[in-house]
Write a protein that binds this ligand. Structure first.
Ligand SMILES: [Fe+2]
Ligand SMILES: [Fe+2]
Length: 389
């Protein structure tokens, strides 16, 4: 089959899949999920997905601008795909991935999610083989939505960078610098929009998305403190690379739900050292990134790791990264974890200020987050925080 014809055939399959999913969703919300028509459409959609799996490792749909993108190529618009795009947009989903092994139950979950009204979008959660990337949709703030899209594209690039590291290939520092430059430039005149990107969630790319989120949060913190120029970029690069050492931890340990065993914990604790060593060997990496990779789990009260036999002054950038890291780990939950409310996260972080986390930096960070989320009432309960002496 010629390439053009193959592309057309794929588009048709995707169009069919969109029609089956959307009709099933509409029927399920009109009648009920057990309706005979839903069952039939569900079965057909399941078969259609398996036809697509013959040509693709997974089915990844993204919404970029007003376009639906499948397998990294824009999909030619049809009434069916437009309906699906509009529904995903309404639900604040900009990224949908269906992986091989998807069960009929999981697919039914997707159908029911597509039938949800906008107000219920918060109840959409990932399953083992279906993942959603959500963007906080703020209707009147197209600017923020656009920025969130940039982050998702950048996340793809960061993923590539991480894959290179995993294979111990030469790290493309220029690529990371470009991503950070792009982020700095995109927000230079709209600092609160920085943070709008942070809640971006593409769960199975947890580590990669995490790096981008921590970068954005670090840039926001640094900007709030008046940092500009090369240092600002270096702080962003340091954040982007802080967990690069995790690429050398076996994936089954990283992905394991629940508490690691003592031995696994020991291996996990090596990631700062391994990351710093890797970055040290890479020309063009700012020294700050090496330092941050090494120090980001050294806590404010020196209780973290790696342990030092001598008194150690942790760099402010490492403190900032620890704060962004802690926040993102709570904000962006893995599929098997329950998500936490902002108030709860704030309470936890307040308790950590002065023990695990740098107190003044933590309070300044929390003020930023509260302002972004427009939860101004939380400002009172935050209080002034520790005074700088
Ligand atoms: Fe880490
Ligand atoms: Fe991290």
């Amino acid at each position: 089959m010629s390439q053009l014809k193959r592309k057309d055939a794929q588009q048709d399959k995707l169009s069919d899949l969109s029609r089956l999913l959307m009709t099933a969703a509409a029927t399920a919300s009109l009648y009920n999920p057990a309706h005979q028509l839903v069952r039939q459409l569900h079965r057909n959609a399941y078969n259609e997905i398996h036809l697509l799996f013959k040509e693709h490792e997974d089915i990844t749909l993204k919404i970029i601008g007003d376009k639906l993108v499948f397998a990294d190529k824009p999909v030619t618009k049809s009434a069916q795909t437009q309906r699906l795009t509009a529904t995903l947009e309404k639900l604040g989903i900009s990224f949908l991935k269906i992986k091989p092994g998807v069960t009929p139950e999981e697919l039914l979950g997707l159908i029911l999610n597509l039938g949800k009204s906008q107000g219920k979008q918060s109840s959409i959660s990932n399953s083992e083989h279906i993942q959603y990337g959500k963007v906080e949709v703020r209707q009147q703030e197209n600017q923020q939505l656009k920025l969130a899209e940039i982050a998702e594209i950048d996340a793809e690039r960061v993923m590539d960078i991480c894959r290179q590291a995993r294979k111990r290939q030469k790290l493309e520092v220029d690529g990371i610098k470009e991503v950070v430059d792009g982020l700095v430039a995109a927000f230079s005149d709209k600092s609160d929009a920085f943070l709008a990107m942070a809640p971006l969630r593409a769960m199975d790319e947890y580590t990669y998305t995490h790096s981008t989120n921590v970068c954005i949060l670090n840039l926001a913190q640094a900007k709030a403190l008046g940092v500009e120029g090369q240092l600002l970029n270096d702080i962003g690069i340091a954040a982007m690379l802080h967990d690069i050492g995790k690429m050398f931890v076996p994936p089954e340990i990283l992905a394991k739900p629940g508490k690691p065993t003592d031995e696994e914990w020991h291996i996990l604790q090596q990631h700062p050292r391994m990351g710093a060593e890797y970055l040290l060997d890479t020309p063009g990496v700012p020294r700050l990134a090496v330092v941050t990779a090494y120090e980001h789990h050294m806590q404010y009260n020196n209780a973290g790791y790696p342990k030092s036999r001598h008194p150690w002054k942790v760099h402010l950038c490492s403190h900032m990264t620890a704060i962004s890291d802690t926040y993102d780990a709570m904000r962006t939950r893995r599929p098997y974890e329950e998500s936490l409310t902002q108030e709860k996260i704030m309470g936890i972080m307040k308790n950590l200020a002065g023990t695990k986390l740098h107190p003044q930096l933590t309070y300044s960070f929390l003020r930023l987050i509260i302002q972004l989320e427009r939860n101004d009432h939380l400002l009172d309960s935050l209080g002034d925080g520790p005074q700088v002496h």
